[in-house]
Design a protein around this ligand. Structure first.
Ligand code: DOR
Ligand code: ZN
Length: 345
């Protein structure tokens, strides 16, 4: 198979930032994706429906009027988010979800939730109104090893939320472990998970063997090839609709990554669907890509599939070493390496 047609995919987890950075990167996602859930971890964060509306407008303004890309906004939950904030989100057509960042878990999460009990009234309202909860699933306890933080979160926090809110739709974002895969498979159908291209194509050896590679650093951090990366590949290519596409593409300029205290985030929007195609083809499952990329996400969110189609061709190309980013440079995932699939239309 040298050419495949797919329903246009959507990205259910995307960081665009704002201002000049957003202007540098948004076109790459718009060229590939029909829609994307836009992460709210800006400084300051997007905490209200009104802020989400303004941010959505800013994104749309930076795209050509011919673009059909649709940003789907998410609210940033804090200790002070109320059921009234959720009610406002429900009546704001731009808002599709709310995001839980445990405070201190990742980039721009300082205003996140310090104790899950603090958002129980918001979760009650979200369950009632059908607003999906998007979860950065890591504990922040300094006693817990960084490689165990997702598994401990599932055991100590997520499982409690799942039991206390049986009808709440939850997306466990950017899963990285076999523990997460197993938990999602065993759980009821209103829990799903997104999987990134970098967690499918890389493991912690890529980041740490032969010298430390800051462009492979993200959170949750890359795990072991066996059993974690293997379990993610199996889940993504299994055809199970609980697993779908979410890149977590996160632009940071080169100086901030190549630093004594480099920040977390891997940029993949330049070649998102080609990277997933590489992973699926590697597993001999390219025919399962469309479900994962274009069908299971909208089905979970209760949204229609995109009308447009895209075509991928087997035609190797080399990922550039960098892209321009608001006057600085951005090193993309797979920089300098070859990808076998190319998006041709
Ligand atoms: O690696 C990450 N980068 N993980 C996150 O959760 C946030 C993201 C970012 O905003 O840069
Ligand atoms: Zn993210």
């Amino acid at each position: 198979m040298n050419r495949i047609n797919l329903i246009k995919p959507d990205d259910w987890h995307l960081h665009l930032r704002s201002g000049q950075i957003m202007k540098s990167v948004v076109g790459m996602s718009a060229a590939q994706m029909g829609r994307a859930i836009i992460m709210p971890n800006l400084t300051p964060p997007i905490k209200s429906a009104r802020q989400a509306q303004a941010y959505c407008k800013e994104i749309l303004k930076s795209l050509p009027t011919t673009s059909s890309f649709k940003p789907l906004m998410a609210l940033y939950l804090t200790d002070n988010t109320t059921s009234k904030d959720i009610a406002e989100a429900v009546t704001t057509p731009e808002v599709y979800a709310a995001k839980l960042y445990p405070a201190g878990s990742t980039t721009n999460s300082d205003n996140g939730v310090t104790n899950i009990a603090n958002i129980y009234s918001a979760l009650e309202a979200m369950q009632k109104e059908g607003v999906p909860l998007l979860v950065h699933g890591e504990v922040t306890d300094p006693e817990v090893d960084v490689f165990d933080r997702e598994s401990v979160f599932i055991e100590k926090i997520l499982d409690r939320v799942v039991k206390d809110f049986p009808d709440l739709k939850i997306v466990l974002e950017h899963i990285t472990t076999k523990d997460a895969v197993d938990y999602v498979i065993d759980c009821k159908n209103n829990l799903a998970a997104t999987i990134t291209p970098h967690h499918l194509l890389a493991n912690r050896n890529h980041m740490l063997v032969g010298g430390i590679k800051p462009h492979y650093y993200c959170l949750p951090v890359l795990k072991r090839q066996n059993p974690d990366q293997k379990a993610l590949l199996k889940a993504a290519t299994s055809g199970n609709p609980k697993f779908f596409l979410g890149t977590d593409s996160a632009p940071h300029d080169r100086e901030k990554k190549e630093s004594a205290c480099g920040c977390a985030g891997i940029f993949s929007a330049h070649a998102a669907i080609e990277l997933y195609a590489e992973a699926f083809d590697g597993e001999g499952a390219i025919e399962r890509l469309e479900g994962f990329a274009s069908i299971f996400g909208p089905d979970f969110y209760g949204l229609p599939h995109n009308q447009e189609k895209i075509t991928l061709e087997k035609s190797p190309w080399r990922v550039p070493d960098h892209y321009e980013l608001a006057g600085s440079k951005l090193t993309p995932f797979f920089a300098g390496f070859e990808l076998s699939w190319r998006l041709i239309s």
